[in-house]
Ligand binder design. Sequence first.
Ligand SMILES: [Fe+2]
Length: 430
Amino acid sequence: MSLTKALLSFLLTKNMYGRIPDSNKNEFNIELINLNFDRSRKTNLVLLGVSLILLLIDVLNKQKGLWMPGSKYLFYTHILMILVPLILLLFFSINIGDNPKHTQKKLFFVMLFAYFLSLDSTLTSIIDQHIHGQITVYIIGAYLIAVMNNFKPLTSLGIFLINYSIFVIGITFVQENPVVLRGHYVNGTLIAVVAWFLSVILYYAKVRDFLSKKTIEYQKGELEKANQQLTATNCKLQESLSALDESQNIIFTLALALESKDPYSHGHSDRVADYALELARSLNLSEVDQVNIYRAAILHDIGKIGIPDAILNKPSALTSEEWSIMKSHPERGGNICSKLNFAREILPIIRHHHERYDGKGYPDGLCGEKIPFLARLVSIADTVDAITSSRPYRSAGTFEQVLEELQKYAGTQFDPVLVEAFIAFYHAKG
Ligand SMILES: [Fe+2]
């Protein structure tokens, strides 16, 4: 791309640094006016001070007889440079704060001061043609306006065009040396173009800053929203956990209530849970499996709550009809726990804890690997506690008897791999 095309592209493309959205235009304009007003007011004060010094120098020069042709007109411009800033100071510096009602008044001040500065610097340079032929003040004025204000490109173009037109007309009439005049035409044109170009660059830099600020504000807002949502979700999670604790407590209390129906099964659920958990840990099962095996072991016989006490506590052998009712407890347990969200994972363990490895168990007669792994594990823990607990018809057995029983029925009632694991765990534990 050629330099000309690049320049045209720069000047004509509004989106170069991004575009202010319609919803933010008003805010951006107010920010711009406030910024320009603040800078113009300070510059106005500085100008007043400089003008007073220049006026003093004029008076001293006059007394010394150093006035040249044109010094009189310079003297007048210096008086103007005192009067106008004083008027502006009186009318626009008092009682103007951050009140949005004063925005138009601020804009008026900014435009008035910019045009005054432009006109004054140009007039001074025209008068200077009588004295030393330089255009220094015109240059200072043009760049001061470009740097001091963040005007929109068309606004600054208007100011620089007027400034430039007065400059060209003025020096044409005042400067008599054609060589110097040609130099001023060239330099004056370059100064006007470059000053305007600088003004445009500074304006779009301001646009970019504003958009960056808005982006940060938007992202901060989004972050706060996400944070609030996270807090709300966390609260809900806490509530759910509390509800879960409550439902667990209720069902675990039911398991205790069940044990109170049968004095000989007191503490059975807890002991089965402990055996099952220790075995699970020795097998390096996951945390989730450990939690599930513990819960399932606590609740494995919860279905017995629906079995009549006469059957549950019958001291003699059960009839076939009573036995079939007794054998329904894994299924009943599954049904009771099926309504609990936290127990969904453990329903198969509760239902199948009386399955046998050879398929002769109940309720579904599953065999081998078809029996859920954790149900096979609970089955062993259940047997360990059954043998080592006393019953109305026999006293408590020893762990040696447990090992014999497990080995005897490994492959028929129990998973042989888990039997081996339990024996290894028992010996390791000592
Ligand atoms: Fe059972």
